[in-house]
Write a protein of this length. Sequence first.
Length: 265
Amino acid sequence: MFEPAVPSPGRATRWARALLSPRARLGLLVVLLVSAGVTVAICEPQRLLREGWPSQSSGAVAVVLFAAAYGVCTSALVPRPLLNLAAGALFGSQAGLSAAVAGTVLGAGIAFGLGRLLGQDALRPLLRARWLAAADRQLSDHGFRSMLALRLFPGVPFAAANYCAAVSRMGWWPFLLATGLGSVPNTAAYVVAGSRASAPTSPVFLAALAFIAVTGLAATVVAWRKRGGLRAGSGAGASLPGAAPETPPEVPAAPGAPSGTASGA
């Protein structure tokens, strides 16, 4: 008996496969990020500090709406310090901190989801450099601890940390929990500074600025000290944890010596 011929996939099927391929999804992510950056440049979110929040909403409703807008804006690459200052100026220290932290977690979750859905499959095969592989292992195996350190020391840009975590195998809950806890100190400093911006000589405002400066300096020092480790990791493989040590080259045996006896033994 003759087996029936398997029909070849139609044009629509081929187009669907092409559009859902890892490279096509990565291209869509790049287009979304570029569009978000252009939109931010056109809309100028810093006007929020000058013009204030829309007067139609007030109280808890305004805080919730601001938190939602905060999350969307951070996923669209709006700088978080600007939004934190706006939260403090609009709602004060307590309500402003609540809105800013909630918006931070929301924005991180949006970026993490986009990066995992659209970029992970295409970018993971590119993690061939030693330092990239080491960073991926750190984020995948110690997700909560690594992300908590990245949030506490604001040396790594917020969006970059989100998308790097998305490419790794870190879980959702460690990522979101570490983001929420780790972003509180630095966010609080900016929110307090925004709430006291009208009194730039007050002790509270000066203390908030000092905290921002100290954490920024600490992040710079830590990044500078890690430079050597990254360079060493990109060189000798034995310097990376878990890398197999190189075996010394075998010394040829002397003429007439028994098999397996090296010269000079």
